[in-house]
Ligand binder design. Sequence first.
Ligand code: PMP
Length: 409
Amino acid sequence: GQARTLEAVRDDFPLIREWGGVYLDSAATSQKPESVIAALSEHYRTRNANVHRGAYRLSSEATAAYEGARSSVARLLGVEASESLIFTRGTTESINLVAHAWGLNHLEAGDEILVTELEHHSNLVPWHLVAGYRSARVVGVRLLPDGRLDLEDYRDKLGSGRVRMVALTHISNALGTVNPVAEMARMAHEVGAKVLVDGAQAVPHLPVNLSTLGADFYAFSGHKMLGPSGIGGLWGRPELLGALPPFMGGGEMIREVFVDHSSYAGLPHRFEAGTPAIEAAVALGVAAEYLMNLGPERIWQHDRALVSYALERISRIEGIESYGPVGEDRAGVLSFNLRGVHAHDVASMLDERGIMVRSGHHCAQPTWRRLGTVGSVRASFYLYNTPQDVDRLIAALEEVRDFFGEHGL
Ligand code: PMP
């Protein structure tokens, strides 16, 4: 059929259609299309039963829908062996899974985990925990003032001979930087390190092909990619993931259990202990289909056009300092401060004008420490946003600037 226009897409989102305000916080969580919302209720109405257990038909249907969702998400990500795709609660759980299942079993005293100053706390704290257990060290690649990573510093730090894991984000949620992940993964592999990529901001916004990217592990969240909260995923190279011990123990992840020991199932069940978020997984599959129908490349171009336009408009407002790279390596995140005014004050004045943005450190304190401030106002764009949304943001910002200007700040 005919490719749908993005105007038509906007109508798929009831909250965007009906709320009236301008939603610019999709980096925190995306809005949901009707088809995803309907999938949740349809699951409970027509096939609610536990998965992988029942001998009866309803349970087989629930299992088929759950496993079908795994295939849909695998297809979106270019994953051929869908058993190497684990459902988790989201990026945070996925990274904790790797940090524990891989880290506790591979790190020795003095080993290094190389992270970056662009990471979300969820790609730092799990490594701090595991490094503490193993007497390993967490080392950070330096961030440059333009919002890009210092690749010379990366090369130097890889040269220590102790780096076992490189854990880096695909896209920064604070600045919108798109890291050169493929190149960085190649460099990590040259020194024998494994690579975990935090894809929380990338899967919703970019074409991601895990069969060619070069990552060993890849984490993402459903709620940022049009799906429900409480569901997300971890992909791992089958030979690596399949060789790891479980992260959590319980039902559904075992082969045989005795009172004093147990053996474990293979992929993917080994890493899915307990009853999963079945209806959320099914709805995430619908979200993945929705993204594939629209086309990730088209979504990327749409976000890019909005952020370029926004950067150009905001650069003409006096008193604004904006952060993050300007170029092809910039995702749809606009991060800025109005000089002399706290980010929270800017955000609440924008809210009074119907504009929803985030303010604060965006769970990336090391990023702001390096840039010499404590946080920013962040407007983030997605497929349902329009140039008119940018115009409303800019007009409201000019009012806020004039307000503080009049009061002599
Ligand atoms: N990494 C990045 C880059 C993120 O933007 C987020 C969410 N803000 C996370 C990790 C954590 O995701 P979640 O809270 O869904 O686990």
